[in-house]
Design a protein around this ligand. Structure first.
Ligand code: PLP
Length: 407
């Protein structure tokens, strides 16, 4: 038996289905974002990044970088083990207090990523509720799906953002304990869930709520608490989950909730108990970022402004922009090969990096380029993006809106 053959043929299948992923070799440069260096097979060159989830450019914020470097010099690099072994590092204690305050909750708990916080957080919470039924939005992120799966609880999937379907499932569940898990911003279509209406249903049918705000924290709400903060709904949600790796520009994930829920997850969640804690320097950088965005709305205002400028420029150029009310700007392609070809040509010919989004991240036939304008994208960047996309669309014979393109 040749074990290597199994791996080679698995990769061949992926390539046949046009799902094989190639990662560009990119070196970010503090102080120059969204410019980065692409180490291409033909040598190194400057490129403009248009798809980073460092949505506000906080990864190069001087206060955030200083907090990370100074803490590393003061206390060293690693956490020294799991919290069971090493205790809580003081920067983590400060970060958790900051996050609880951000979401108006009694307590917070930090994990090594947003993925882990969903996976182990949902699984642990649902497992502790006897006979729990999990109601999960059909478009929830893989980390939430894995959390539901690992809980071993029964699940019911409601159609995406479909309140009538959710109510039908809640009704059918009768008196049974229920947990509704959903996101505030769905990251591929950039749409927003009806948080208040879901909370109304949760209250009517006595269900607990778990909200993923990964693509909203830092960017929405007066203090960056997310869509639930913007809509005055934070107090109605039982568990709010977020990441420190996107708009906060660092790394790590967290949940915030009542003291008893947090203490229970801390005490029972394998993905918390059995893994080395986030390094203190990373925690200190995250704290600096969260604190900064609680009081500064500059980055949010500039991001929203540049998002609107980008959307307008691309629509005016006749490009198939999916309409969203968020900072996520999908350009629809609808074919895996064309999507990859568009991404390659943008990078090679125009020095613009936007990775292709193909199945299984999005359904087949809805392949797209997902653009995320930041406060650091200038008018010149936007103009260059629009003309590069038009050149690529024309060369690859992808459809442009002729009316808009002629105007
Ligand atoms: N939740 C959602 C909705 C996400 O899109 C992602 C990652 O993209 C995560 C959770 C995981 O967060 P992290 O990147 O911090 O692991």
């Amino acid at each position: 038996m040749d074990y290597q053959d199994f791996f080679a043929s698995a990769l061949d299948r992926l390539k046949e289905e046009r799902r094989y992923r190639v990662f560009a070799d990119i070196e970010r440069q503090a102080g120059r974002f969204p410019t980065a260096i692409w180490h291409s097979p033909k040598g190194s060159r400057d490129i403009t990044v248009w798809c980073s989830n460092d949505y506000l450019g906080m990864g190069q914020n001087k206060g955030v970088m200083r907090a990370m470097v100074e803490t590393a010099w003061r206390v060293g690099t690693g956490a020294g083990g799991t919290r069971n072994i090493s205790g809580n590092s003081h920067p983590l204690v400060e970060l958790e207090a900051e996050l609880a305050d951000l979401h108006g909750k009694e307590a917070g708990l930090v994990f090594t990523s947003g993925y882990v916080s969903n996976q182990t957080g949902i699984a642990t919470i649902a497992k502790l509720i006897p006979n729990c039924l999990i109601l999960s939005d059909a478009l929830n992120h893989n980390s939430m799906i894995e959390g539901v799966r690992q809980s071993c609880c029964e699940k019911a999937i409601f159609r995406h953002n479909d309140l009538a379907h959710l109510e039908e499932l809640l009704q059918a569940a009768d008196e049974r304990p229920k947990l509704i898990v959903f996101e505030s911003i769905y990251s591929m279509d950039g749409d927003i869930s009806p948080i208040h209406a879901i909370c109304d249903l949760a209250e009517r049918y006595n269900a607990m709520t778990y909200l993923d705000e990964v693509h909203a924290v830092g960017m929405y709400g007066p203090r960056g608490g997310g869509i639930a903060e913007r809509e005055g709904a934070m107090h109605r949600i039982d568990v709010i989950e977020g990441t420190l790796g996107k708009a906060f520009g660092v790394m790590g994930g967290y949940i915030t909730a009542s003291r008893s829920v947090i203490d229970a997850v801390r005490s029972f969640a394998p993905g918390f108990i059995f893994t080395t804690a986030l390094p203190p320097a990373v925690a200190a950088a995250a704290t600096a970022s969260v604190r900064h965005l609680k009081t500064s709305s500059d980055e949010r205002a500039k991001q929203h402004y540049q998002v609107n400028r980008t959307k307008a420029a691309l629509v005016n150029a006749g490009l198939p922009v999916l309409e969203t009310s968020t900072h996520i700007v999908p350009i629809m392609v609808g074919d895996a090969e064309a999507c990859k070809a568009a991404s390659d040509r943008l990078l090679e010919q125009h020095g613009i990096y936007i990775q292709p989004i193909n199945y299984p991240t999005v359904p087949r036939g809805t392949e797209r380029l997902r653009i995320t304008p930041t406060p650091f994208h200038s008018e010149a960047h936007i103009a260059a993006l629009a003309s590069a996309l038009v050149e690529v669309w024309t060369t690859l014979k992808l459809p442009l809106d002729p009316k808009a393109a002629a105007a």
